[in-house]
Ligand binder design. Structure first.
Ligand SMILES: C[S@@+](CC[C@H](N)C(=O)[O-])C[C@H]1O[C@@H](n2cnc3c(N)ncnc32)[C@H](O)[C@@H]1O
Length: 192
């Protein structure tokens, strides 16, 4: 496929609705991530790194171009996980099919990942079974103009801030911090 954002808005919405109907991952988009502009995500990675300074090992779930790695303390063991093999270290998993992999890390981070998952509740329950700290971002629906706008980004779910926090709690997580980053997304640190 062309780079996702080279498609016009109606084509992106149609593709996203198809992905929702089929409950699949748009892997062909993620294989081309390097050509999508990811610069806007570095401030989010910086805020996440600050919340992870006390974690000696971090599993980056949906690691993308691994902007986070360079922002963590240099002695942090970094474990990249993604649906696409980003480098030789990457553990390849599709979270729409399989749970997060067991790793030696107690902390996981999910930046810009939850909007692409069809069963966020199941994912958060699986995370709870393996990790004691999670730093996670999400774009709540009240920060969007419309559901159509969300679909045009490829986002397959539509939680409000309060709904997502209820889901986190139902999955067994305690909310340690919640920060409105830029009026578009919230960054939480969750503890078990
Ligand atoms: C919006 S990018 C964010 C990348 C990175 N976390 C950041 O903030 O710069 C989403 C990342 O999640 C990965 N991803 C999307 N759906 C996934 C899935 N079902 N299973 C595993 N990884 C997925 C993509 O390959 C991509 O690297």
């Amino acid at each position: 496929m062309k780079s996702f954002y080279d498609l016009d808005e109606s084509a992106r919405v149609a593709l996203c609705e198809q992905v929702i109907a089929e409950k699949r991952t748009l892997s062909e988009r993620w294989e081309r991530l390097a050509v999508e502009s990811t610069n806007g995500w570095s401030s989010r990675a910086g805020a996440a790194a600050e919340l992870l300074v006390d974690c000696p090992e971090v599993a980056d779930l949906g690691c993308g171009m691994m902007a986070l790695e360079k922002l963590l303390p240099s002695n942090t063991r970094y474990i990249p996980v993604d649906v696409v093999k980003r480098d030789d270290r990457t553990i390849v998993v599709d979270f729409n099919k399989d749970p997060p992999p067991p790793t030696s890390a107690r902390a996981a981070v999910c930046l810009g990942l939850l909007p692409y998952l069809h069963d966020v509740r199941r994912f958060m329950v699986s995370l709870k079974n393996q990790y004691s700290v999670v730093v996670v971002s999400y774009n709540p629906i009240e920060f969007s103009n419309s559901v159509t706008q969300r679909r045009s980004h490829g986002w397959v779910n539509d939680y409000s801030w309060i709904e997502l926090e209820s889901l986190f709690k139902a999955a067994g997580w305690n909310i340690s911090t919640a920060n409105n980053l830029d009026g578009q997304q919230v960054l939480w640190r969750l503890n078990s």
